[in-house]
Design a protein around this ligand. Structure first.
Ligand code: TYM
Length: 344
């Protein structure tokens, strides 16, 4: 049985990378009729301090982005992490399965903790373990994410496998099959926008935390701002190549062509077949038109939805109840497997 899970942090500034690398692909998975759970990971967000009032707004804004992008909360389960206690409970058990050496290799922790590592929160360090719990509380088989999450998904696989071997006897004794209790989840990383880069620097990924707002297109940007940012985007002086091979060593050109391809739901090759030989001024004009065409309806719908927080909160409450109904029996089974005495 296919079960899709993915999460997005409510840390402000949802951008084109989040949309093309993740949210747009969530909608595609839903439309392929898989059971999908899409989670606003508020517990991950507080690994770096968040202003409480702002956090509430950001949780509702990510939810609004999911819905505006085309996630149907009746078909998919849309919820925020902190409403389903199974995530935190399973994370603790996984903290006792994962090894310190595994976490020490996580590059995102090194990036986010910076130089003052001693002063980073314990939560920031344990972050990937909570992520494994998010996924495995539902025994999800497929996880659509951008490329930056690849290492975390490998850790999720390691945790699932170690749990399955550490508790193999107990897993069998409780009537679960030879294959172990947790599936070894498949990451779904792909498409032309698995790693959208900064508009100011083709060597840096587009990120919520970049100091320059011109480095990213936010889902809340209006069409004038989108046009301005695309026109200012860094490029090189040469016209576009006519084949994808010609994008090698031209990171900024590669990025803009990739963004165009993802928005148009095509490939870099097809975009270059049309625009090969064009100057950037012309290509950027076409990219502005396409980006505005695709993003303005989402932007307008997000505005409409965030004006009614009561509706968003009702969607999240309904999603949490449905998510809990899937996760709770998994957690019960895990507690039995680990050897906890249960209330009868
Ligand atoms: P987050 O909130 O940083 O990003 C949400 C999603 O957007 C993708 N993404 C990008 N894709 C392409 N280009 C970019 N420049 C870019 N920037 C971000 C991310 O890869 C992600 O898919 N740890 C996760 C959230 C999470 C999660 C999970 C994901 C928590 N639990 C369980 C999957 C399954 C994160 O911080 O994503």
């Amino acid at each position: 049985n296919e079960l899709v899970f993915s999460g997005v942090q409510p840390t402000g500034n949802l951008h084109l990378g989040n949309y093309l690398g993740a949210i747009k692909r969530f909608v595609e998975m839903q439309n392929r009729d898989a059971q999908c759970l899409y989670c606003v990971v508020d517990m991950h967000a507080i690994t770096l301090w968040q202003d409480p009032q702002a956090l509430r707004g950001q949780i509702r804004e990510v939810t609004a982005a999911f819905l505006a992008a085309g996630i149907d909360p009746r078909r998919s389960i849309v919820f925020n992490q902190s409403q389903v206690p199974a995530h935190a409970e399973l994370a603790w058990i996984f903290n006792c399965v994962a090894r310190i050496g595994w976490l020490n290799r996580m590059t995102q922790f090194k990036d986010k903790a910076g130089k003052d590592r001693e002063n980073a929160s314990v939560g920031l360090y344990a972050y990937p373990v909570l992520m494994a719990a998010d996924i495995l509380a539902y025994r999800a088989t497929h996880v659509p994410v951008g490329e930056d999450q690849k290492q975390h998904l490998e850790l999720t696989r390691d945790i699932a496998q170690k749990f399955n071997t550490d508790f193999a006897g107990s897993i069998m004794a409780h009537g679960h099959g030879e294959d172990g209790f947790f599936p070894v989840t498949e990451p779904l990383i792909g498409g032309p926008a698995a790693r959208v880069m900064s508009l100011r620097d083709g060597a840096k990924k587009m990120s919520k935390s970049d100091a320059s707002d011109n480095s990213r297109i936010n889902l809340t940007d209006d069409q004038d701002l989108i046009a301005q940012k695309v026109r200012k985007a860094k490029t090189d002086p040469d016209p576009l190549p006519s084949e994808a091979e010609g994008l090698k060593g031209r990171p900024e050109a590669d990025n803009l062509v990739g963004i165009y391809a993802a928005l148009a739901e095509t490939t870099r090759e097809a975009v270059l077949a049309q625009y090969g030989g064009a100057q950037f001024s012309a290509f950027k004009g076409a990219l502005v038109d396409l980006a505005v065409e695709k993003l303005s309806p989402i932007n307008a719908e997000m505005k409409r939805l965030t004006a009614d927080p009561g509706h968003i909160d009702a969607v999240l409450a309904d999603g949490a109840a449905r998510a809990e109904a899937i996760a709770a029996p998994t957690l019960d089974a895990v507690k039995d497997i680990v050897g906890f005495v249960r209330r009868t």
